[in-house]
Design a protein around this ligand. Structure first.
Ligand code: NAP
Length: 277
């Protein structure tokens, strides 16, 4: 049996067992995907013991994504660029490869939900400068966004991200977020605002062109207040669940040897779990 799992602390909230379990069943694979509660101080030991325990690899969630970078033996380009590892693969020789598939998940979510949309269509506004923002900005840069307006509560975090990634990133003050929407082709929320248990995102959308695509990577709730407000005024919207589902595909393929699809049935199963909690 091929084993994989997700390391986090805490980790109970993770939907990864549900979604990988769905694909294992769908493809009739003799494998398992487990919750792996690992304290921060035990991360290196836990990662180093994967091979001996028959694991093909694991996902990493809060608070391990950055720390894992220093543990793994090989790092892919996106993980190095974003400073975070969300997928670990145990190679045949027992060494550990760290990848970051969040940028892929973000890109594939937009592509599958809005196939005609292109990053080159115009300026992108990205709210937030945390771990997820790094993956989103890296994907937009790679896909040819002509300008990225990066807006974060702590301006220094946005400035650090802009320096780390380079390219046409303009750091804009949080207080100027509403005005920064003018002539944008994309608005992405990567802050935790709007998430269950967090304050709402306070943002007037008046300056945003009606054709601009609006994506919230927060997926709990599925329809955030930002997406509702954008939908009401006629903007095309994409929720964040697809990013979660798509980022899991390359990991599943590497561990279990089959590239799985994001189907309506999978989406339905994971969306139902969001409502249930
Ligand atoms: N759909 C997906 O697959 C996916 C993947 C990854 C993450 N996410 C979601 O994305 C969100 C961010 O995740 P992350 O890993 O990037 O978290 P993070 O590294 O902790 O970053 C949090 C971001 O939110 C901002 N923020 C937090 N509270 C705020 C407030 N009260 N006012 C203004 N800004 C505030 C932070 O600003 P400061 O810099 O000022 O603190 C920072 O930019 C979470 O809701 C997470 O669930 C979704």
């Amino acid at each position: 049996m091929i084993r994989a799992g997700v390391m986090g602390w805490p980790v109970d909230h993770s939907r990864s067992p549900l979604l990988h379990g769905f694909w294992l069943k769908q493809h009739g694979i003799d494998g398992g995907y487990e919750l792996l509660p690992v304290r921060p101080e035990d991360l290196e030991t836990a990662l180093r013991s994967l091979a001996a325990q028959g694991f093909a690899g694991c996902n990493l969630t809060v608070p391990h994504k950055q720390a894992a970078l220093a543990v793994v033996d090989h790092v892919d380009v996106t993980a190095a660029r974003t400073g975070a590892v969300n997928t670990v693969i145990v190679r045949r020789d027992g060494t550990l490869e760290g990848r970051n598939t969040d940028a892929y998940g973000f890109r594939e979510n937009l592509r599958s939900a809005q196939p005609a949309w292109r990053a080159g269509a115009g300026p992108a506004v990205v709210l937030g400068a945390g771990g997820a923002a790094r993956a989103v900005v890296a994907a937009l840069l790679d896909d040819g966004a002509p300008e990225i307006r990066l807006i974060n509560r702590s301006r220094d975090h946005a400035a650090a991200l802009a320096t780390a990634l380079g390219g046409p990133i303009m750091v804009v003050d949080w207080s100027r977020r509403a005005a920064a929407l003018a002539n944008a082709a994309l608005l992405v929320n990567t802050t935790s605002l709007g998430m269950v248990g967090q304050p709402p995102l306070d943002l007037a959308l008046d300056a945003l062109p009606q054709a601009a695509l609006v994506n919230d990577i927060v997926y709990a709730p599925l329809e955030t207040p930002l997406l509702s407000a954008a939908r009401r005024r006629g903007n095309p919207v994409v929720d964040g669940l697809g990013m979660l589902l798509h980022q899991a595909r390359p990991a599943f393929a590497a561990w279990f040897g089959v590239t799985p699809d994001v189907t309506p049935a999978l989406r339905q199963a994971v969306a139902a779990s969001l409502v249930a909690r």
